[in-house]
Design a binder for this molecule. Sequence first.
Ligand SMILES: Cc1cc2nc3c(=O)[nH]c(=O)nc-3n(C[C@H](O)[C@H](O)[C@H](O)COP(=O)(O)O)c2cc1C
Length: 131
Amino acid sequence: MRQLLYISSATPDAAVDVGIILSASMRNNRRDGVTGLLWTDERRFLQVLEGESGAVQAVFDRIGRDPRHRGIVVLHDRAIAVREFGSWDMARRGRNDTADAFDTRMRHHLAAASPTVRGTFEGLIAARRAA
Ligand SMILES: Cc1cc2nc3c(=O)[nH]c(=O)nc-3n(C[C@H](O)[C@H](O)[C@H](O)COP(=O)(O)O)c2cc1C
């Protein structure tokens, strides 16, 4: 089993519709047995993908060619014994979400994640909140 974590930036002026990304990803990742989490504030993306190595590679190749984001940096790409995410989810803080409600949701998503993965998500979210 393989786990890949990357960060990227939304392409300015690309008018990214995260709802469209979400629906394509849910459909494809379920089909391909890929689980993980995508966090976005619509300026940055942080995504963890996990599954069989070939399936993770195929989805990451498609994501890498997607003009809606750029500056993709792989933070880690490693073998894992068991999945840390039960399904594929996307987390974004909605306009009407309080910080507390969002934190609770993220804690739920990250409950089984390794300290490295959890720390990376929490670090980025804290940095974006302070920005
Ligand atoms: C930040 C970001 C994350 C994405 N994550 C996924 C993903 O997890 N799974 C996926 O199939 N497509 C994902 N996509 C979309 C792919 O780049 C591509 O548009 C899509 O897989 C094409 O699917 P389709 O051929 O079924 O239309 C993502 C795109 C972006 C910009």
